[in-house]
Design a protein around this ligand. Structure first.
Ligand SMILES: *Cc1c(COP(=O)(O)O)cnc(C)c1O
Length: 425
């Protein structure tokens, strides 16, 4: 028996793990101190908890605790990285490189910087959603100060070759930021070794490399707690403190918390939960990635073995384990979502204030508008079961078949295909 509705939208957010919630609870009630209070035990207790969480977050990504700046989430981290570098390194240059498939929390700050006189290059991606290190190298000019390329795309799950891109940036003396909101905690990502290992290697321990290779690494990385079974409203920015020591101009001023980079009283319960979530991911990531990869393949083959004209969006192998983005030809996107209302999933349409637009990510991969609208992103996560996957396969196949049966264009297209196939050469 599955419980409806089924949540299969774990790229948009995740349920707080019960172990995370339990760790947080005392910090809402009896341990409510302000981590900046120096003169009593309430403050010390809160500060100790924040220190521990900072270690837990740092350990997940192979960073040092002092390199972790707590923020309200990956959106703020991205803004702080982009605006912070742009402001601080203005005298060295005004050019930023990013890619068209980045999250809006990277694209929009870049566009704002353009309006303020900076130059931004938005690199195109290939049909799998990838940017190459060569593309980045070719786009770098003497004015370039920062490259920002996400580790994993949230819509299609494509992994970017961030290790090679980081290498190119280092060669050119350009800072490298990565939005790792979908990567950290799900696949190995290591600030120490610039290595983000292939999914197929997740069973093997992360290679530890000598610290001199650190200098080839990532300079800034954005994380979010609520994508990895932590609470909403907290995240972090990794800021490298040696080789090189990255400096940032803060976005807002105030009490000078977080080394002056992010003023504001620390949300201790959220930070404690974020730390716990990172600890659990570090322990369970490898086993979980294999389980989610298996479930995802089951979902994919379960659907495509029973139906034709279903296409996969994103990279066939270089992809986040739990992510499956499919386009269903000959159905209307809104009817498809309506038919699947027992399953919480995301569609390839984005509602703007004015209209329903096809996903800009799918467009960038070359998916036509119609197909983008009839696309579905399945985001499998820690709490999804095999029974749920079986249910979703049946539900998707049944819904798509029903919608195709009532679509006159489908019959015409099918007959067209058949007669085209029977034509002599
Ligand atoms: C969710 C997400 C964000 C935004 O993170 P918040 O913590 O919700 O602000 C940014 N980038 C990517 C890739 C994401 O998936």
């Amino acid at each position: 028996m599955v419980h409806l509705p089924i949540f299969m939208d774990n790229n948009s957010t995740t349920r707080v793990d019960p172990r995370v919630l339990e760790a947080m609870l005392p910090y809402f009630s009896e341990r409510y101190g302000n981590a900046a209070s120096r003169h009593h035990s309430f403050g010390w207790e809160a500060k100790d908890a924040v220190d521990r969480a900072r270690e837990q977050v740092a350990e997940l990504i192979g960073a040092e605790a002092r390199e972790i700046i707590f923020t309200s989430g990956a959106t703020e981290s991205n803004n702080l990285a982009l605006r912070g570098v742009a402001g601080m390194y203005r005298t060295q240059g005004n050019h930023i490189i990013t890619a068209v498939t980045e999250h809006k929390a990277v694209l929009d700050p870049c566009k704002r910087l353009q309006r303020e006189g900076y130059d931004a290059t938005f690199l195109p991606v290939d049909r799998f959603g990838r940017v190459s290190a060569e593309q980045v190298a070719q786009a770098i000019t003497p004015k370039t100060i920062l490259v920002s390329i996400m580790a994993v795309n949230n819509e299609v799950g494509t992994l970017q070759p961030i290790q090679e891109i980081a290498g190119v940036c280092k060669e050119h003396g350009v800072l490298f930021h990565t939005d790792a909101a979908q990567a950290a905690g799900k696949i190995p990502i290591d600030m120490q070794t610039p290595e983000r290992q292939r999914i197929s290697n997740v069973l093997h321990p992360v290679r530890k490399v000598p610290s001199d290779e650190r200098s080839r690494g990532i300079d800034l990385a954005s994380l979010s707690a609520h994508k990895i079974y932590g609470p909403k409203g907290v995240g972090a920015l990794f800021v490298r403190r040696r080789d090189p020591h990255v400096r940032l101009e803060p976005i807002f001023d105030g009490g000078g918390h977080e080394g002056g980079l992010r003023s504001g009283t620390l949300p201790v319960p959220l930070i404690v939960g974020f730390g716990k979530a990172c600890e659990l991911c570090l322990q369970e990531m490898r086993v979980e990635a294999v389980r989610l990869g298996t479930l995802r393949e089951k979902l994919y083959h379960g659907i495509t073995s029973r139906m034709s004209e279903v296409s996969l969006n994103g990279h066939p192998t270089e992809r986040l384990p739990g992510t499956l983005n499919l386009s269903f030809a000959h159905v209307k996107g809104d009817a498809l979502m309506m038919g699947l209302r027992n399953v919480a999933i995301s569609s390839g349409s984005a509602c703007t204030s004015a209209s329903v637009e096809p996903s800009y990510v799918l467009k960038a991969l070359g998916v036509d508008d119609e197909l983008a609208h009839s696309s579905i992103r399945f985001g499998l996560g820690r709490f999804n079961t095999e029974e749920e996957v079986d249910y979703v396969i049946d539900e998707v196949v049944r819904t798509v078949e029903r919608l195709r049966a009532i679509n006159p264009m489908y019959e015409i297209a099918r007959q067209g295909n058949e007669s085209a196939g029977s034509q002599p050469p």
